[in-house]
Design a protein around this ligand. Structure first.
Ligand code: OMD
Ligand code: FE2
Length: 434
């Protein structure tokens, strides 16, 4: 039986869960009794302000072998290629940009060492915006744990299955699935395949939640019941461990004499979760025209302005395309919102060449983009039949704030300096007589 098959989950987005790895470890009828069964320590983990409205409030009570405060002092360590907003090391050009995938490293590289920040916006210190990292690694995190105080982490694997062991329990995530780990939650990443590559979006802003459905009604898009949460699982391990914490843009390490994944029971609604993107209930036109890609939003982090996201996580999944008398690929466009895209599998309908699995593109605020020349030719002349888009999965991190690439993204070897050429052979077809 695979590790993925051996794990059990609780379901329902943002539910108030209760889970205990030892019978009776969860206090009944109160959160903080004078003494907790098994002599556990009670600790509240707050992912929103204490006073956040009930509907958006998220917190979890953990019952653990030691409180989290039992740790060493921090020392700063090298940030490697991890960067945090605001990005000030390079000027952000308005150019359309595209990147090849980052190669799987040859030397031993764990998940933390394999992180490369491509872009960021807003400000981690003021809890706005996002960072977009790519990861490529070939080793488990051995005797070290990670904790990110700067934001929640959205994992979008492209290759290789990950085992995320967290304070709340274990979950696996592989290509075609996503996982989210709350801000400040400690975890390790182990590889269930020889290596792994993917995308990691760090959300400094409001927590990700499910978008409204409007007139679509009570079902559809991403359904609450398909989000999976781990059950409590704890390590009672003493030894010499390291906790790496990202705080306000810098990495720090401290010593731990025990595993911090020592939560025997927990109750609450702030916990890691996973979602299989093939569960997304695609809703699209059955008449004409190409709707806005907001129909494909899986998760959204709101900004203070209604309908204008700090981050929308949008997918372009396998689906039927039936639009009549319609230019079916994405239209040519310019957008207030900035668009960072990645590809998990197959070919994306606007770009048949150069946008490859593990790669990425960035079309910032108002930067023009759309189908490459060949795609336009085909899509504007083909005889339209109902057609199934198969074996394809692209996604977009869309944000109201300009997405600033890092110096690595701008100057690194993965940057495709000739990306603009994909539109250069578009010809004038205008004929005033036709
Ligand atoms: O630019 C892109 O490829 C993403 C995108 C897809 C789409 O179907 C409509 C608009 C849009 O920005
Ligand atoms: Fe776009």
């Amino acid at each position: 039986m695979s590790v993925a098959d051996s794990l059990t989950y609780m379901t329902g987005f943002g539910n108030e869960f209760e889970t205990e790895a030892l019978e009776g470890a969860l206090p009944k009828g109160q959160f903080s009794p004078q003494r907790v069964k098994y002599d556990l320590y009670a600790e509240q983990f707050s992912s929103t302000a204490f006073t956040a409205p009930r509907a958006s409030n998220r917190r979890t009570w953990m019952y653990r072998i030691r409180p989290s405060a039992v740790q060493g002092n921090y020392q700063a360590i090298d940030n490697g290629l991890i960067r945090t907003a605001p990005i000030t090391e390079a000027v952000t050009p308005p150019d359309m940009m595209r990147w090849d995938p980052i190669a799987i490293p040859e030397q031993r590289t764990d998940f933390i060492d394999g992180l490369i920040t491509m872009a960021a916006n807003g400000s981690a210190a003021s809890h706005t915006g996002i960072a977009i990292h790519h990861y490529a690694c070939n080793a488990d995190m051995e005797d070290r744990y990670f904790c990110n105080a700067d934001g929640e982490l959205l994992f979008v694997p492209q290759q290789g299955e990950l085992l995320l062991a967290t304070e709340c329990g274990k979950l696996t995530v592989t290509a075609g699935e996503i996982a989210v780990i709350p801000r400040g939650m400690k975890f390790t990443v182990n590889l269930l395949d020889n290596n792994a590559r993917g995308y990691l979006c760090e959300n400094y802003g409001d927590l990700l939640h499910l978008p409204e459905r409007g007139p679509v009604g009570a079902n559809g898009y991403s359904n609450d019941r398909d989000f999976q949460y781990p059950v409590a699982a704890f390590e009672d391990k003493e030894g010499s461990f390291e906790l790496v914490t990202k705080f306000n843009g810098n990495l720090f390490r401290c010593e731990l004499g025990h595993s911090p994944l020592d939560v025997v029971a927990w109750t609450g609604n702030s916990a890691p979760y996973k979602y299989d993107l093939s569960r997304f209930n695609v809703i699209n036109t059955v008449s004409y025209d190409h709707p806005d890609p907001s129909i494909f939003t899986v998760l959204t982090s709101q900004s203070g302005t209604p309908g204008v996201a700090n981050l929308d996580f949008v997918i372009f999944p396998p689906r039927w395309m039936v639009a009549e008398n319609t230019f079916r690929p994405p239209w040519y466009h310019r957008n207030l919102m900035s668009e960072y895209m990645g590809l998990i599998e197959g070919v994306y309908d606007a770009k048949e060449h150069g946008f490859v699995p593990g790669g990425a593109s960035l079309h910032n605020c108002m930067s023009p983009h759309g189908p490459e020349a060949d795609v336009f030719e085909k899509a504007s002349t083909v005889e339209l039949q109902p057609q199934r888009y198969e074996n394809t999965l692209a996604f977009m991190f869309e944000s109201r704030y300009i997405i600033a690439p890092t110096a690595y993204a701008l100057n690194g070897k993965e940057r495709q300096q000739n990306y603009i050429d994909c539109w250069q052979s578009i010809t004038k077809k205008f004929n005033a007589e036709s």
